[in-house]
Design a protein around this ligand. Structure first.
Ligand code: KIV
Ligand code: NA
Length: 250
């Protein structure tokens, strides 16, 4: 798609019905992101979600996807400890789910891991710029502006065999430079428009997230409002006796 100049539309998915809707709507890549920890499990960072939990959700998304490529995040600390553990985690994802690739946070310092995964037959999407798994070192979620380092990270990931590089929270001009510099497609989130594709957390764009939305999110719908209205109408009709009506009874 990138070679044809076609922009890639990627979104997160964590369950079967949502993944089915996204796949049928034409989303190209589904990400079983470790944002699962925050969006679905209610944690404050992405760190708590486990490999077993990610795999449980990847099974659901893998069963739903007919057309989309499904990528699964390597959760903390599967991509931080020894390479053998990273390989074992990647292998479990490919063996136990119908998903076909993993995503690994990091650039230059992860090149040896990307190389090992790809050598083992496990496709890797790299993830540079803001790295949510690094939150306790960075002390917060901030825009990443070190152009030289970011380009070197993306380059190292591509050279190591990553099939794509995700770029998170980077000024648009730097993301454009990265995209021009490397051979594989780039997927941006908060990285402007001069990239090969975009990714967002689905719950953010449909309006089903509690609280803060980063500047780069465009909210296309108010699903929280839709659900809230439906269940309030239901509760009110139960209490008034309007539901169930004769047509709902045997
Ligand atoms: O876990 C996630 O949702 C991500 C984002 C970059 C979309 O990694
Ligand atoms: Na992630």
């Amino acid at each position: 798609m990138a070679a044809k100049g076609e922009r890639i539309a990627m979104l997160t998915a964590y369950d079967f019905p949502t993944a089915r809707v996204l796949d049928e709507a034409g989303i190209d890549v589904l990400l079983v992101g470790d944002s699962l920890a925050m969006v679905v499990q209610g944690h404050e960072t992405t760190l708590p979600v486990t490999l077993d939990q990610i795999i449980y959700h990847a099974e659901m998304v893998g069963r739903a996807a007919r057309r989309a490529l499904v990528v699964v995040d390597l959760p903390f600390p599967e991509g931080q400890l020894d390479v053998g553990r990273t390989l074992a985690a990647g292998a479990r994802i490919l063996k136990e789910t119908r998903c076909r690739a993993v995503k690994l946070e990091g650039g230059s310092e992860q090149a040896h891991r990307i190389d090992a995964l790809v050598t083992a037959g496990i496709p890797v999407m790299a993830h540079v710029g803001l790295r949510p798994q690094n939150i306790h070192i960075d002390g917060g979620y901030r825009v990443q502006r070190d152009a030289e380092r970011l380009i070197a990270d993306a380059q190292a990931a591509a050279d190591a065999g990553a099939f794509a590089v995700l770029i998170e929270c980077v000024p648009a001009d730097i993301a454009a430079q990265i995209t021009a510099a490397i051979k594989v497609p780039t997927i941006g989130i908060g990285a402007g428009s001069e990239v090969s594709g975009q990714v967002l957390v689905t719950n953010d764009l449909i309006g089903l997230t509690n609280g803060y939305l980063p500047r780069f999110v465009k909210q296309y719908s108010d699903v929280q409002g839709v659900i809230s209205k439906a269940v309030q109408d239901y509760a009110q009709e139960v209490k008034s006796g309007e539901y169930p009506g004769p047509e709902h009874q045997f």
